[in-house]
Structures are given as C-alpha cells and as structure tokens.
Design a protein around this ligand. Structure first.
Ligand code: SAM
Length: 283
C-alpha cells in the first residue's frame, strides 16, 4: 500500500504500458505496478500477460469503456479507503484514445492524488519519426467510422495549419486514405505501422502512394497517420474588397469562412467583412 500520513486517501497512478515491444516499459512503471494494491485494466486477461512477463502478481479489476462510470465510482471508493490503484490500458497511455478519462475526472472531483507516469504512446512514437518541421500538431484520435461523418470531419481540417495525427484501424485505413485524398488533394503524409513490433514500417509519401499501397492490401496491423497541411497560396490584395475578390476567385472557401479569415488577418469585425462579401460574392 502506498499511502502517507498527510494523505490518508490512496493515490491513482496512470501507467503507460508497451505498444508492442515488451521492453518498452519504464523501471518506475514496473515498480508502481508491483507496489500498488490494485490495477484497473482495460482488459484484465491482456494485462495479466504483461504482469506474468514482469513477474508481478498485483490483483486486477476491469475498467473498460462501457463500464467507465460504474467501475470508476467503485475504484474511487477503493482509493478513499487508502488503497493505491494503477490505471492501465491494453497498450500505450491510458486516456489517450483509451478508457481512463472518467476515472481520472472522478479522482480530481474527489480530491484524490493523481500521479501520471510518462511512457509509451503511439502518438509521440510516430510523431518523433516524421522529420516534419512544424511547431505543433493536432491530435484527433480515431476519425468517425461512418463515411459521411468521416468526410465532414476531414473537411473541417482542410485549412488546418498543423499536421493532423490520426489513429485508425487496419480495416478502415484505406477508406480513410481515399477520403483524405478526395478532400485534401495529394498531400505529404507519414504512416507508422506496427510501431515497435517485428514488422514496423515508417513511410513518408504522398497520400496517393499510401492509398495505392492500402488498396494493394499492404496495410495489416496498427496505424498512425500524420497528414501535413496543404500548400498555402500567396493571397493577393490589400483592401477588404481586393481580398474578398481574391478568395472568391481562388479558394474553395465559403463566404462565411472567407469573412472570418479576412477579419482575423486584418483585425476588423467579422460582420463588417461579411456584409461586404455578400455584396461582392456573386458579382
Ligand atoms: N492509448 C494508446 C496510445 O497511447 O497510443 C492508443 C490506443 S488506441 C485504442 C489504439 C490505436 O493506437 C491503434 O488503432 C493505432 O492507431 C494506434 N497504435 C497503437 N499501437 C500502435 C502501434 N504499435 N503501431 C502503430 N499504431 C499503434
């Protein structure tokens, strides 16, 4: 049991586990998994294998997506008795496109000490290998699985200035690449497949090349996709009128989006630009 005199409640540890290669677990994570009273696991059978490999016999309780609220409340009650709990998911960092956020939220609400451990995540592992020189990125986890919603989701990202990082299952990756190609055009992309595993593959290519590869069936295993922003055209014009006309003739943006962009670039009110755009749009 890891409790202190000042803190009669237990501590919730967030413990990342390997995303493939079992060597990718920190010494601290191993110690915490050994020392806590209980491990909350997305799939207890899956985590049991890791624990057996590490020679750890800490008891497990299941904590999975469909029962996050109920199990979360049960784990909070256990923490309140002074017992310490480690939260793990099947692979990588809990609560990153995995169960965890409900329990962590409840721990905050109940004044329980939370200790997150750094460790493996497919997100950071893939990003570190892109070589893309941007100051930031946009991580969105899994895209919607239904085609219409996925297309809407991708359209909303068309003007994003940062690389977009997406998780996808092998079953849907080709459909995702097809839609991305349709909506973004042939942008530079990175795919990281089977990270840390035997058939690990990193590829920097355009969307079309990766789509063709997907269609040819070479897309087994788990994926992270990172899609770069599109090339920005040099906008021509100084006045509101010139800018509206340029966007109308050169960009595939709605009147509303054009107004928003010009207003933010020039630091003036959006409604002012919108009124002008209404006058000029259909001329
Ligand atoms: N919590 C995990 C993390 O921190 O990375 C992510 C869990 S999410 C349910 C699983 C998704 O992560 C997979 O569908 C895939 O997109 C990505 N992923 C996990 N392991 C991977 C690996 N070894 N190689 C490539 N992608 C991986």
């Amino acid at each position: 049991m890891i409790t202190t005199a000042q803190n009669p409640q237990g501590t919730l540890y967030i413990v990342p586990t390997p995303i493939g290669n079992l060597e990718d677990i920190t010494l601290r994570a191993i110690r915490i998994l050994r020392e806590v009273d209980l491990i909350g696991a997305e799939d207890t059978r899956h985590t049991k294998k890791l624990l057996n490999h590490l020679g750890i016999s800490t008891p497990l309780i299941s904590y999975y997506r469909e029962k996050e609220v109920q199990r979360g409340a049960e784990i909070i009650d256990i923490l309140k008795t002074g017992k310490s709990v480690a939260l793990v998911s099947d692979a990588g960092t809990p609560a990153i496109s995995d169960p965890g956020s409900v329990l962590v939220g409840l721990a905050h609400d109940n004044g329980i000490k939370i200790v997150p451990l750094p460790g493996p995540s497919a997100l950071t592992t893939a990003l570190s290998a892109t070589g893309f020189d941007y100051t930031g990125f946009l991580f969105l986890g899994f895209p919607p699985s239904k085609k219409g919603q996925r297309q809407k989701f991708l359209s909303s990202l068309a003007n994003c200035d940062y690389p977009v990082v997406i998780y996808e299952s092998p079953r849907r990756v080709t459909a995702l690449l097809a839609d991305a190609l349709d909506i973004f055009g042939n942008r530079q992309t990175f795919w990281a497949r089977e990270l840390t595993k035997r058939f690990e593959e990193l590829q920097r290519a355009d969307l079309l090349t990766l789509y063709e590869k997907g269609v040819s069936g070479k897309n087994r295993g788990e994926f992270v996709l990172i899609i770069c922003p599109g090339e920005k055209e040099e906008v021509e014009g100084d006045t509101v009128e010139e800018l509206i006309t340029w966007y109308r003739d050169n960009a595939e943006l709605s009147l509303k989006d054009v107004s928003k962009r010009i207003a933010s670039d020039l630091g003036i009110s959006r409604s002012q630009v919108y009124q002008k755009a209404l006058e000029l749009w259909h001329k």
